[in-house]
Design a protein around this ligand. Structure first.
Ligand code: ZN
Ligand code: ZN
Length: 349
């Protein structure tokens, strides 16, 4: 039976909106109530009156948006009422405090995934499978060429690269995003590192949030401080420097001395070409997002009959349709379009 009722979550000019609950999910603009899946800047934006996020993400959100924001933390799995709906947050395995948002009205369940991954990551809770009728999924790596080996010993591989460079008098400059990737690298290195990892100032406060949450990270020391200890003719040597690539524009690369570079990202996949294109000496395929196989596995495991895809949607949507799953791009959740879609379904049945 096809109903022409409004979808539980719609796509608006401010982002995903649940009218029955009176909240937005990761709104693009300031709203009254924002449920934020995680603290990355494309999901967490300033200006909303109230925020709700996973408890383990509150500090990161405040570090990013300001300590005065009104942010309420809820535990993973804790069910709370908003308007006519029941809401709960479930671990997305993406970064510390990342959450999928489960919304239930009557017997109908929707889940908005936010960013997620299934790989082992010692810096955050693992991904939780959540059953639903309708799944709104990210698809950053939503084409079949993005498939990588799972659960590699990233810590050992990075440590060995660091030691190899150090033996030859080079520093190891490892580039990665300052929230999530940097702390995951520190957590992966924790069992291996024999000396502190030198970190850029943009990584410091976020890293402390992880430590306060009890995550075991490799010891760190500040890049600016290490450089300030150097004599006039001295440079750093044999260090692992964890930093965003912008450090090379900061005018002190002369003080860093000789170095080799590497980037840690899912974009590094594909016979070494990813890192060579970016001009790096080395690449670590280490993603914060699900690869093609895990996107498909996750969608299947939700049992969802309808799937809406955010980012890089075309190939995945076509693939899901061949699997008998009703799949659409996210903008099909605009209210006017959804009406037409329901009409089409009626014709199809
Ligand atoms: Zn993210
Ligand atoms: Zn994102």
């Amino acid at each position: 039976m096809i109903s022409h009722a409004r979808p539980l979550i719609t796509w608006t000019d401010k982002g995903l909106f649940c009218e029955a609950g009176g909240f937005y999910i990761d709104p693009h603009r300031a709203v009254d109530l924002a449920i934020v899946t995680h603290a990355h800047s494309d999901h967490a934006r300033r200006g909303s009156k109230k925020y709700i996020c996973a408890s383990s993400g509150v500090e990161l959100l405040k570090t990013r948006l300001g300590s005065k924001i009104d942010a309420r933390g809820v535990l993973y799995g804790e069910v709370f009422d908003l308007g006519d709906v029941k809401v709960s947050l479930h671990s997305a395995g993406h970064i510390l405090g990342s959450a999928q948002v489960r919304v239930q009205k009557g017997s109908e369940v929707w889940v908005a995934s936010g960013d997620y991954k299934r790989d082992r990551d010692p810096s955050c809770d693992p991904f939780e499978k959540v059953a639903c009728d309708t799944f709104i999924t990210e698809a950053t790596f939503g084409t079949p060429k993005f498939v990588w080996e799972k659960d590699l010993e990233h810590g050992r591989m990075i440590y060995e690269w660091w030691m190899e460079n150090a033996k030859r008098g080079y520093n190891s400059m490892l580039f990665g995003y300052s929230l999530g990737k940097a702390q995951r690298i520190l957590a992966e290195l924790h069992p291996f590192a024999q000396k502190p990892v030198v970190i850029h100032k943009t990584i410091k406060d976020l890293t402390e949030c992880y430590r306060r949450d009890g995550r075991k990270l490799a010891a760190t020391t500040d890049l600016e401080e290490e450089i300030s200890f150097l004599g006039n003719d001295e440079t750093l040597s044999g260090e692992l420097i964890l930093t965003p690539p912008s450090v090379l524009k900061e005018g002190w690369s002369g003080k860093i001395g000789k170095y080799r570079t590497a980037f840690a990202s899912g974009w590094m996949v594909g016979s070494g070409q990813g890192f060579k294109r970016g001009g790096y000496d080395h690449g670590f395929v280490m993603s914060d997002h699900a690869d093609w196989n895990d996107l498909n596995l996750t969608i299947k495991e939700t049992g969802a009959k309808k799937v809406y895809v955010q980012h890089r949607d075309g190939v995945l949507i076509r693939h899901l349709r061949t699997q008998g799953i009703e799949a659409y791009a996210i903008d099909e959740l605009e209210h006017s379009r959804y009406e037409i879609q329901s009409g089409m379904n009626l014709v199809l049945i």
